[in-house]
Design a protein around this ligand. Structure first.
Ligand code: FCB
Length: 459
């Protein structure tokens, strides 16, 4: 077992999930509809027409899932709170039964010796707010702050680590520009307004969490390692546009108190003509954080795209700002994502170089892989590729720490196979298999490997 990467004492090992992907009970105990209910129930939007109506039935089976976490030996569990369970209409009446569910979950975790880490927004916006403009409008950020205050008041005494938003890039660009996530819009300016209002919502939520006195506040970004397809000037320029749209749009306001210098060359008049920014927004967005959450899965190889010819109204879409090119010569996961662990090291080291002391301590809040798992004749899942993925990415993470990046924790995505958004139940990311017909949970080899790795740190 000596090939386990070694981490410093106190390093946090965890596992992550998200509300809509696992909970089910979509219409129970007063939960209101979210944009993901609407989207997944719209024909043609998700693989096989899959929805999160039942998912892993975690809403009812959480004691069994917490027992799996305890047996795994993790220090912390990252889950998300479903806003539409707490404020079903997006504003106004608070649903006590929704709060009660997270109360029970948190107490179950604490009784198992596991520190809860709560994400406030993992994409399940109350549909009522989308009907009023969604993240395109500033009001949604204000409602988000109100919901945050309610959640923090109830759970802040027992949940030490809070994450405002999960991957706002997906909410803004996949949701309002590419249209592959709820609410499925294909707009240019709407996506940029959404990106800004998500950041404003983050800033307002930070204030509420500070007022509630919680221990740690952060945000989770899916930062990308964008590599040029060639050495050509055109491809390098495309990498800058991709970096702007994926990374700098978040990290510059959050960590450097400014909007990206490259925003005009990336978005043209869509950004110069904007009217959604207000004085004081940068101060709000750039409040100090206790940690930065980073989700990392794969590098992206970027080439120039003929965006100048594209429909100007939709120019911001990733499919016409730049093109993504397949990386040859490496293994690809079931998501068709290339596996190149050293790009994880490079991403973190570059981030530290760019932001220096302004970079707060980092938690890796997601990392893992979807594989074409099969149940063997012995009833087990021998997911050797996932084990290799986890081992190699943890080793790459350790290398970034050796190079001076202050990383405090790592959460594997995911505890359970679950509803993988538009890809439905086809893609399995769990270290525990879920048989959706019976809801039976079966720990995979990767679960046992992660458990042994964690145990090796301690003993
Ligand atoms: C991330 C999401 C998470 C899951 C993984 C595979 O983008 O945050 O919910 O879908 O990807």
């Amino acid at each position: 077992m000596s090939d386990f990467p070694r981490f410093p004492a106190g390093f946090v090992f965890g596992a992550a999930t998200a509300s809509y992907q696992i909970e089910g009970a979509a219409a129970e105990d007063g939960r209101g509809p979210s944009i993901w209910d609407t989207y997944s129930h719209t024909p043609g939007r998700t693989a096989n027409g899959d929805t999160g109506d039942v998912a892993c039935d975690h809403y009812h089976r959480y004691p069994e899932d917490v027992a799996l976490l305890r047996e795994l030996g993790v220090d912390s569990y990252r889950f998300s709170i479903a806003w539409p369970r707490i404020v079903p209409d997006g504003s106004g009446t608070v649903n006590a039964k929704g709060l009660d569910f997270y109360d029970r979950l948190v107490d179950e975790l604490l009784a198992a010796g596991i520190e809860p880490a709560a994400t406030l927004y993992h994409w399940d916006l109350p549909q009522a707010l989308e009907d009023r403009g969604g993240w395109r409008v500033r009001e949604t950020a204000e409602r988000f702050a109100e919901y945050t205050a309610v959640a923090a008041e109830r759970l802040g005494d027992r949940v030490p680590r809070w994450i405002t938003l999960n991957e706002p890039w997906c909410s803004a660009f996949l949701g309002y520009s590419v249209g592959r996530h709820a609410p499925g819009a294909r707009e240019g300016r709407g996506a940029l307004a959404a990106a800004h209002h998500l950041l404003v919502g983050h800033g307002l939520a930070v204030r509420e969490l500070r007022a509630a006195g919680v221990r740690e506040v952060g945000i989770t970004l899916n930062l990308d390692r964008n590599l040029p397809a060639s050495g050509s000037d055109a491809d390098r320029a495309a990498v800058l546009r991709a970096d702007t749209q994926h990374n700098l749009v978040w990290t510059e306001p959050l960590l450097a108190g400014r909007y990206p210098a490259s925003e005009e060359e990336t978005w043209g008049e869509l950004i110069t003509g904007q009217d959604f920014r207000r004085d004081g927004d940068l101060e709000l967005i750039g409040q100090p954080l206790d940690f930065l959450g980073i989700n990392y899965y794969r590098p992206i190889v970027v080439a120039d795209a003929p965006y100048r010819e594209a429909d100007p109204a939709r120019r911001v879409a990733t499919d016409n700002r730049y093109a993504e090119v397949r990386l040859e010569g490496v293994r690809h996961t079931a998501m068709n994502w290339p596996v190149v662990p050293e790009t994880f090291t490079d991403l973190l080291v570059d981030l530290k170089e760019r932001y220096g002391d302004a970079l707060p301590p980092v938690h890796i809040t997601e990392n893992g892989s979807a594989e074409a798992d099969e149940v063997g004749a012995d009833g087990a899942v021998h997911d050797a590729e996932r084990v290799a993925y986890l081992r190699d990415h943890l080793t790459a993470l350790r290398a970034a720490m050796d190079a001076g990046v202050d990383v405090r924790g790592y959460y594997v995505w995911s505890l359970l196979d679950n509803f993988e958004w538009a890809l439905g139940y086809d893609k399995r990311f769990g270290i525990v298999r879920v048989d959706y017909a019976t809801q039976r949970r079966t720990p995979k080899d990767s679960y046992r490997w992660y458990r042994a790795m964690i145990a090796a740190q301690r003993g």
